[in-house]
Design a binder for this molecule. Structure first.
Ligand code: SF4
Length: 654
């Protein structure tokens, strides 16, 4: 058993508290009890965020210096376990809030932003670990633009160079993301950087962070929080290897685990087998027509979620095969093996010629939802979003809403309002949002309830319900993911209850189970709640959604012990997942979230699909309500969706 200088194995055992207002950095030992109870990454970050909220009460403005943003890693990061290259970023979200009155929401209660955890891939997180720090806990606001450099177990605040900026439309702004990451890669050879783009600099509500090679902390507005702090980038460089509690045992068990992952990926009966070739884009065919181990499809959203089916001739232009045609070499996250979902892509001709990464299923689906059926345009929008620092998914939902508002005449004062199916309009609007360069861009860069209120102010006699009907992100939504929300009640529950906001698909995923016959309020609720607690573990460890093994299996727990020295039973590991999920929910309760948020169903979700395999389906309000009852029971929360003190004590949160 080797000595670990920090007393930690697996972890680096160091947290850096960075006060941008006072320009101070303090590096201290990580708290072993917190690491044991909250695992790492996402879980530890929730615990560290909670410290602020417990002391100060709700954070009313996510763009204020009081919003803490934490960037870090989990215990498995940089180990040879397949997919162990995913890192975490947590903060109070800028998109998921509804602080003012919203009369179109039944029983509206204000809330101020939900805890957002964002998982990012690439190299940055493993490099941060090599640089010797587990968590960067960032508070305050710098008085001038700064960046952070992490190396040799320390962090420094450095003034951001003028080279990182340019003037666009007469306004100083940061350069596009890859100009920043490339500049810092030249300055610190071998390093890795995560940065905001122009959208984050301009505090757009759905601005993301981008790391080298276009890997993102996508959802919720991390870019805007960086922008509000005058923080441009974080660069990490290091060579410190992972220390193992029992290196021989770890090596033996990691080989066994690797063989399992490899078997799954090699078996065509498992969906993992498609990932090395199609990445996530196999879901396009499955959602449209049922190909790739599916049933009949009919749930790829179209025309702002009005339909789940559309013309097959249009689909062929943007389906799985169309994106395979432009796919290049693998371009995977550090340490990823076997699963390897990411590939580069290249468009060789036409107005959207360029190199980049192949867009993910969700991005493509949500641009199809805007009726864009030009593959190369979708590739280009994905590229631009990465460069400008905008989350592709929320952008897709915001655009679909804007297109419907324009179709119904609510945006007629804007000569450049986008329209369904028009990629050139969309690209113009994307730039206007990122650079906040015109009134339409300013409107659509805000969180959704402000958009509805501002559009409503232009039409004093209009029914706000009609306006909000177009905006499916209303009442603090993150934006639905790429599965038509009307089709699967379990998935709708996953969307409605996710701790990071309405529309998130990553905390629970029910499609295979529901296509396989899972029904009934109790069963669906149990499936969703168990998925949410399980995903909290995967994120906290530093693994990817596509890791194919159970993190509470005997093999995995033995491997985890040989890495960290921490002993867990299957039950105690699952309790960690419940603890993390309950703590996040408790934070959201403090921020004002309760049943009213979960129960809100945007009006158009109750309008039946008129075509395709699921014709006639829509959200059944009474059934959804009964699932919510069962869901709260499954988590042990009150009927109003509140985590009670008894549970908080039982889970050692209080
Ligand atoms: S499967 Fe894909 S997202 Fe997951 S770690 Fe590998 S390359 Fe990254």
């Amino acid at each position: 058993m080797p000595n670990s200088a920090s007393g930690f194995y697996g972890y680096k055992g160091k947290w850096a508290s960075i006060d941008l207002s006072g320009r101070r950095v303090r590096v201290e030992s990580a708290d072993a009890e917190i690491c044991r109870d909250f695992v790492g990454g996402r879980g530890v970050q929730a615990r560290l965020l909670y410290e602020c909220l417990r002391k100060n009460g709700p954070l009313k403005d996510p763009l204020s210096p009081e919003n803490r943003i934490i960037v870090g890693t989990g215990p498995l990061n940089d180990s040879p376990v397949a997919t162990a290259g995913r890192g975490s970023c947590s903060f109070i979200g800028t998109m998921t809030r509804s602080p003012e009155q919203a009369p179109w929401v039944p029983g509206h209660q204000p809330f101020y932003g939900l805890i957002t955890h964002s998982s990012g891939g690439g190299l940055f997180h493993n490099m941060l670990k090599r640089a010797g720090i587990d968590e960067l806990i960032i508070d305050g606001r710098a008085d001038r633009p700064v960046r952070i450099l992490v190396s040799e177990g320390n962090a420094r605040i450095i003034d951001a160079e003028e080279d990182l900026f340019e003037v666009v439309d007469g306004k100083k702004t940061v350069r596009p993301a890859s100009a920043i990451t490339d500049y810092l890669a030249r300055k610190y050879p071998g390093s890795s950087t995560v940065c905001l783009g122009p959208a984050g600099w301009n505090q757009v509500a759905h601005a993301c962070l981008t790391a080298d090679h276009h890997r993102n902390f996508g959802r919720g507005g991390a870019g805007a929080v960086f922008g509000s702090k005058n923080l441009v980038a974080i660069t990490a460089f290091g060579r410190d290897p992972v220390s193992y509690y029992d290196p021989d045992e770890f090596q033996k068990l990691s080989r066994e685990l690797d063989a399992f992952v490899k078997t799954h990926v090699g078996d065509p009966k498992w969906t993992a087998s498609f990932r090395p070739t199609t990445g996530t884009t196999w879901w396009l065919d499955r959602a449209f027509s049922g190909k790739y181990l599916g049933k009949q499809g009919g749930y790829l959203p179209w025309h702002n979620f009005d339909e789940g089916s559309f013309d097959p001739t249009d689909y062929a232009k943007v389906g799985t095969d169309a994106f395979l045609e432009i796919a290049g070499k693998h371009n995977v996250c550090n340490r990823c093996r076997h699963v390897m979902c990411t590939r580069s892509a290249k468009v060789e001709r036409g107005p959207y010629t360029g190199d980049g990464v192949r867009p993910e299923f969700e991005t493509i689906a949500l641009l199809i939802n805007c009726c864009i059926t030009d593959r190369n345009a979708i590739f280009h929008v994905n590229y631009l979003c990465n460069e400008l620092g905008i989350d592709t998914m929320t952008f897709g939902s915001v655009m679909a809403g804007a297109m419907e508002l324009a179709e119904k005449g609510y945006l007629k004062k804007f000569s450049n309002a986008p329209s369904f199916g028009n990629a050139a309009d969309m690209i113009g609007t994307l730039k206007a949002i990122a650079y906040q360069s015109d009134p339409l861009g300013k409107l659509l860069g805000a969180y959704s309830d402000r958009v509805i209120a501002e559009v409503g102010a232009d039409f004093p006699t209009a029914d706000l319900q009609e306006i909000s009907r177009c905006v499916t992100t209303s009442f603090g939504g993150l934006g639905y993911a790429g599965i038509e929300p009307k089709v699967f009640p379990g998935m709708f529950t996953a969307y409605g209850t996710s701790n990071r906001g309405r529309g998130d698909h990553t905390y629970a995923w029910t499609i295979q189970a529901e296509e396989g016959g899972l029904t009934g309020a109790g069963n669906l609720a149990s499936y969703v709640s168990a998925g949410q607690a399980g995903k909290a573990l995967v994120d906290s460890m530093g693994l990817c959604d596509f890791f194919t093994e159970d993190v509470a299996s005997d093999l995995f727990l033995a491997l985890y012990r040989s890495l960290t020295g921490f002993e867990y039973s299957a039950e105690s590991m699952k309790t960690c997942g419940r603890r993390i999920y309950a703590l996040e929910r408790h934070i959201n309760n403090i921020q004002g979230r309760g049943r009213v948020y979960d129960a809100y169903v945007p009006a158009k979700m109750t309008e039946p699909l008129t075509r395709g395999a699921h014709k006639g389906k829509c959200v059944d309000l009474a059934f959804y309500d009964s699932i919510l009852d069962a869901y709260y029971e499954a988590h042990g929360w009150t009927k109003e969706g509140i985590v009670g003190d008894a549970l908080l004590k039982e889970l050692r949160i209080l």
